[in-house]
Write a protein that binds this ligand. Sequence first.
Ligand code: F0G
Length: 501
Amino acid sequence: MVAPGVQGVPLLPGGAADANVPAVKEPPSFPISPAPVPMLTHTIIEPFRIRTVEPIRQTTRAERESALHAAHFNPFQLRSNDVLIDLLTDSGTGALSADQWSAMMRSDESYAGGRSYFAFEDAVREITGLKHVLPTHQGRAAERILFTATCKAGDVVPNNTHFDTTRANVEDRGARALDLPLKEARDPQAILPFKGNIDPAALDAALTEHKGRVPIVMLTVTNNSSGGQPVSMANIRAASEICRRHGVPIFLDACRFAENAWFIKMREPGFADRTPMSIAQEMFSHVDGCTMSAKKDGMANIGGFLAMNDDALALKCRNNLILTEGFTSYGGLAGYDLEAVAVGLKEALHEDYLRYRIRSIEYLADKLIANGIPIVRPPGGHALYLDAKALLPHIPQREYPGWALSCALYLEGGIRSVEIGTVMFGLQPDGSEKPADKELVRLAFPRRVYTQSHVDYVAEVLAYVKTRSGAIRGMRIVDQPAALRHFTVKMAPAHGALYVD
Ligand code: F0G
């Protein structure tokens, strides 16, 4: 029997139990025996249930062949309806959580001083500790505003590796975008825990050589163009000390700050017991500002920000923000976008989420390595990079092996990927072409969208494509724009067909 008044059974004033409250059942008379051996599971599950589903469409190989022709063999030009598994990018393609949707429903759409802006500002400040927070519609808008305020013709901007829009925004100012990755990171097979690091000696030398012409140094976390590789806390600290010694500000390109924090927790001595939030806070404590695309670790479909400590620079940037993006409390975003980012930035730092996120990529990597498919190692945080030069050694770089592989993945499995090689990076400002360091194909995973069976399917398609890799032929450019050519370039098979058996 349960004693009256205990175990949640309230007493009526007269002492009798309330008839509306269900009586507590007696506990079972047998004890529940403790498990003799604690259960250990090895499966890292998706830490969510799916409540809204979006159908994806199977297509036939013949349909995909027509779609490729219609898109001029450019995956960016495919219609998403014709794509089965879309790994083109992890940018803005993630699933929103129930908490994000509910915050969005409560948004404040005031033009100025809206509640949603302050929620956004609080979240950014909590993580970055930076004083001035300028919302922008996405990362490249933050880059444009920052480089407009800081760079002029003849300047040099060092970075571990510039992402394409960052490079384009630096070059648009007439400045030079200087990549300073670790020398050892050039080898796609070299297994380094922090392969995304900037080369500190090269940074020091560049700041000495270009004294007076370096307005800002950028550090991209994780290093997207070099394979989604992390940057260690020690490297952030070292780069920051070098910059301070030279009197040059350092900014993070912080798109994937949460994934970077997770790698630091997993791989860098002294961080295993720290939360991703406290690691992220420490990362930002070493820098003077950041640009951010909230379409990545902001877990939002659109949004970004520019944040910094310098008052004078912030004033300059705010004026440009008002001129081009919108008022300082919305920066080109709706109030509900600001809310989605405010919640998303914190969700990106949840341990269960990060464990699942990083494991998904690693899981695919394990399968591909077991199948002898060459990839950049170790696998990155948001994406896995196939090494097309190694898989298709018979295709010369001038025939774009990465592009050909990307087309083959679509044709065989309806998988959309992106070439990160000579088509993306080879076109020089003077119109000439320089072969890229690497010919990679990126499989970028949208956040919280695909499950283990989708990943298994991707591995199967790749295994099949490998069996036919000897027959894949190169590509040629039919028509291209003057810059950022990969988005709109028209391509065709260089030898009449994608496969020549
Ligand atoms: N910096 C990095 C490292 C990025 O990866 C991106 C975008 C940006 C800046 C620009 O941000 O798209 O919001 O303007 N990367 C996407 C990608 C497009 O597919 O990797 P944005």
